[in-house]
Ligand binder design. Structure first.
Ligand SMILES: *Cc1c(COP(=O)(O)O)cnc(C)c1O
Length: 739
């Protein structure tokens, strides 16, 4: 191809992936033309989410119009489009703001110019990271929960490490649902349209000025997709979009909503992601060295790689082996519903014609999606497909690795469980994203310059022991106080919207107190997360809420999957509790759990509670976010906490598997109340002559020192690079066997 040669001679070794970069530049120029010249750097910053994890990055936009900045959901493109000319003129004549914007733009440019990390991945042959959802920032609502947050954190960490990576996902024109609870605690869902022209995304064009498109054969038709580029630091995220004039309404609907309700559209989404992602990268001249399937949704991608080779004349076995050699797979859920199955008729309907193109008859294709290939009653599931089509597979915590080996052992009937070739890479969180500004500046003072680049090194965090009690406590108090203000405001607003009585609204507006031990529990309202344990023994909860000497307040949030009635009922169980004395001013449920709510909660809560039913928590990451902010974890010994808890850095509930759920719940709820009442409250309220809870702060330091390095995304990404992306099959076989 002449164009590739041209590209190669033009640019020596580009530091970054250039596909779609010119389209971003055009969008920047358009936006810059709308603002005073002095603010042109703001337009550049707006189109790269790198600002969101640069300290003070959001301040330049807030400086233009603080209220609109909040109302735009911290979306810089919308802010600059919607700010009044008076606000823009005022900002343009603010020398400090203009200087800050200039420095920020330079920082982001310099970050992009660093040479790529040495290794297999290069800008022309990057790691392609595929996921159905990405939680990059609150202004881009194409995520549901933990899976998306992890994917967003991976892209950001890859950028920080200068690892050549490209993310591929879908652009949902209505995102994920918004949640509103009614008075009874029943969840209602609604959707907002997402205007791609008003988020930091640029449609990718061909050289001739037409949008770059590829087509994917689905349901007997060619579905045309275009791609938007979003800059996540150095890493481009390409989002596929079926809203094209060539497509019927039904086909456009494929990229309407994340995990769209209708099964055929959902399967079409996954097919579009798997097949479309490979075609779009190919059309852009990229040939990934590794295809990382983050959960099963994109598991058709390696088959598409094989299809291409087969079409070029390669025998099927060779093409399959080559595709496997490039693919790695991360499984995230030991819960059945997370491994959704499709009927034969559904596969036939959506993917008709594709099996043949990969050299298989229809039955042979179905075999790939089954654990027991010859069982005609078994549904087609993406997870077995992903495991079979990849050279490496991993779970997301040490314990989840064990669980996954057990769960998928039937795929390897000749192997005993402990030699099943599924390893683990424990999740981590992107520290610069999740650490709140007061804690960031504290650690900047004690951990040394550039400490976030060494966040995975335990030595980096030793400086935590040098932080004087007064300073650490002052920062925790400041973060709690900010959070309590937020909680009061949101609580009153939500209760008004639900039509609650005035006294109840006012109890929420005035009740929460910035000196009181603040407990957080926020996560998906799925049955196995056991939110119902919090209120399993109403008298004990009532007694805790009535405490005058050692008071406690509780902040809750979480969304139930729209089709999950059990999850929805669990929230109603909590709301039934709202007439208990003191519940009105000490317990609140915040609607619409999101990245924003999460970052407020994990920075402001003293105690972060997690009560999964073991062994169903693959990892959990919100507790890691609380830890880097100096919050303490009280969690079941499942997921990440089973390997993180050391007796000094938080508190633990048993992680054993109990057959009788009723017995287990009663036991665990009692243990929960006991620990809170007899250990946590006394430790938090035990103060020395300076008013400082010395023993509490010892635990906070232990938590920062141990959890900071081990559960940073830096550690996680280095594990992926060294243990998963770099290795070849032979090495992996031995590694898998050794695990
Ligand atoms: C971190 C996060 C999650 C995942 O939390 P878990 O502890 O894994 O349940 C879900 N949703 C949001 C918005 C988050 O920020």
């Amino acid at each position: 191809m002449a164009t590739i040669e041209a590209r190669m001679t033009q640019t020596a070794v580009p530091a970054q992936i250039t596909a779609g970069a010119a389209d971003i530049d055009r969008a920047v120029a358009d936006l810059a033309a709308r603002v005073p010249d002095a603010l042109a750097p703001l337009a550049r910053i707006a189109y790269n989410y790198r600002w969101s994890w640069t300290p003070g990055g959001g301040d330049v936009f807030a400086g233009v119009d603080a209220e609109r900045w909040e109302r735009s959901n911290n979306n810089p493109v919308r802010l600059l489009h919607e700010a009044s000319s008076a606000a823009l003129q005022r900002a343009a004549s603010d020398a400090d703001l203009v200087a800050h914007a200039g420095r920020l733009a330079q920082t982001i440019d310099a970050d992009g110019e660093r040479p790529p990390m040495a290794g297999r991945a290069t800008p022309a042959r990057p790691v392609a990271f595929l996921c159905a959802e990405f939680a990059v920032h609150r202004s881009l609502p194409i995520y549901a929960g933990g899976l998306g947050v992890l994917a967003g954190d991976i892209l950001k960490e890859a950028s920080d490490l200068a690892l050549p990576m490209v993310g591929v996902g879908l652009l949902y024109r209505q995102g994920y649902f918004q949640q509103r609870m009614d008075q009874s605690g029943y969840q209602h869902e609604y959707w907002y349209p997402l205007d791609p022209e008003r988020v930091p995304a640029a449609l990718v064009y061909n050289d001739d000025g037409s949008p770059l498109t590829v087509s994917v054969p689905l349901r007997g038709r060619e579905v045309v997709v275009q791609a938007w580029r979003v800059n996540v630091g150095r890493v481009p995220l390409f989002l596929l979009d079926a809203e094209r004039p060539e497509n019927s309404r039904v086909d456009q609907w494929i990229t309407s909503r994340l995990y769209v309700g209708d099964r055929a559209s959902r399967l079409a989404q996954y097919a579009l992601l798997g097949i479309g992602s490979m075609r779009v990268l190919d059309a852009m001249g990229m040939d990934p060295c590794v295809v990382h399937l983050n959960e099963g949704h994109a598991a058709l991608a390696p088959l598409e790689l094989a299809r291409r080779d087969i079409a070029a004349g390669r025998p099927r076995h060779e093409a399959f082996a080559a595709a496997r050699e490039r693919t790695v797979f991360t499984t995230h859920t030991p819960v059945g519903a997370g491994n959704e199955g499709y009927e034969t008729s559904e596969i036939a309907d959506v993917l008709a014609g594709f099996p043949e193109q990969v050299g298989l008859d229809f039955d042979g294709f179905l075999h790939l999606g089954r654990t027991h290939p010859d069982n005609p009653h078994e549904a087609f599931v993406m997870t077995p497909l992903g495991i079979k089509m990849s050279r490496a597979a991993n779970g997301v915590s040490r314990r989840h690795g064990d669980v996954a080996r057990q769960m998928w052992q039937p795929l390897f009937p000749e192997r005993p469980i402990d030699t099943v070739p599924i390893g683990h890479v424990t999740n981590g969180v992107h520290v610069p994203t999740w650490i709140a500004p007061p804690m960031r500046s504290l650690l900047d003072r004690y951990l040394g310059a550039g400490w976030t680049d060494r966040a995975d090194d335990p030595a980096t965090w030793r400086g935590v022991d040098d932080i004087p009690d007064e300073e650490l406590w002052a920062v925790r108090n400041e973060m709690r106080a900010r959070f309590v203000n937020y909680v009061r405001d949101r609580t009153a607003t939500h209760r008004l919207a639900r039509g609650d009585p005035r006294w109840y609204v006012e109890a929420g507006e005035h009740g929460f107190n910035s000196d009181v031990l603040t407990v957080g529990f926020a996560r998906r309202l799925a049955g196995y997360k056991r939110i119902h344990l919090l209120t399993l023994e109403p008298q004990r909860v009532a007694a805790l809420l009535e405490k005058k000497e050692q008071p406690v307040q509780l902040v809750l949030a979480g969304k139930a999957h729209p089709q999950d009635e059990e999850g929805k009922r669990s929230a109603q169980g909590l709301f039934a509790f709202k007439t208990t004395p003191h519940a009105a001013e000490r317990v609140t449920f915040l609607d619409n759990y999101s990245l924003n709510t999460a970052s407020q909660m994990v920075s402001g809560c003293d105690l972060w509670v997690n009560l999964p039913r073991p062994p169903l928590e693959a990892s959990g990451t919100s507790g890691m976010k609380a830890a880097v902010n100096g919050g303490l974890n009280l969690s079941v010994l499942d997921g990440w906490w089973a390997e993180a808890y050391d007796g000094s850095n938080g508190w633990a509930l048993p992680g054993d598997v109990v057959f009788d759920h009723g017995v287990q719940d009663a036991r665990d709820a009692a243990a929960l109340y006991d620990i809170v009442e007899h250990e946590i409250l006394p430790t938090f309220y035990e103060r020395d002559e300076r008013g400082i809870p010395v023993r509490w702060l010892q635990r906070v330091r232990a938590s920062l020192r141990t959890n900071g390095p081990a559960y940073s995304a830096t550690r996680m990404m280095r594990d992926y690079v060294d243990d998963v992306y770099a290795l070849q099959t032979a090495a992996l076989e031995t590694a898998g066997a050794a695990r």
